[in-house]
Design a protein around this ligand. Sequence first.
Ligand code: CO
Length: 213
Amino acid sequence: MAASYEQVFENNKQWVERMKGSDADFFDKLAEGQQPEYLYIGCSDSRAPANQIMGLEPGEVFVHRNVANMVVNTDLNVMSVINYAVVHLKVKHIIVCGHYNCGGVKAAMTSQDLGILNPWLRNIRDVYRMYRKELDGIADEHDRYNRLVELNVIEQCTNVIKTAEVQQQYAANNFPVVHGWVFDLKTGLLKDLNINFEGTLNNIKEIYDITPH
Ligand code: CO
């Protein structure tokens, strides 16, 4: 149930007390800086909160969320997040996490003019086109929808791997490693799609190589 606007500030005070209760210095440490091991790129959907589903505390995961967890090459926002996380925070893992029942993916499967969302969702329609044969072969519409959620995650992982930051840091340090996950709203469980990070990296290098030789 939705809390009233004022209730949010009450919740905040209670949360502060709870956190101090388990660690009196919690907020002093928080203010000192961040060294998160993970970058999480997920959907803005209110039902898929990064920290909670990963069981992580403030300071443990750098988060970027947008409609349908997209990594669009010309999106200065997500590209800045990846740059900062990889070059400055030196995260060890980058996770692209989609979720079943994703409204953005659903919208991209319908013939509808959605205004400003059109160019954004077109990136998902492009994923459909790339995997058209496989997707059109799935008779059940809901299964096809779930599979597009997974394929979209895999493609967005590839988009992360195309960046110079990821290629150069990985060549130098053997991290970050990119992972593709799907969050299942019905069970609360995360599914690792076990993308082949090394294989994808080697595969795309012929065309997208940005490491100096
Ligand atoms: Co979504």
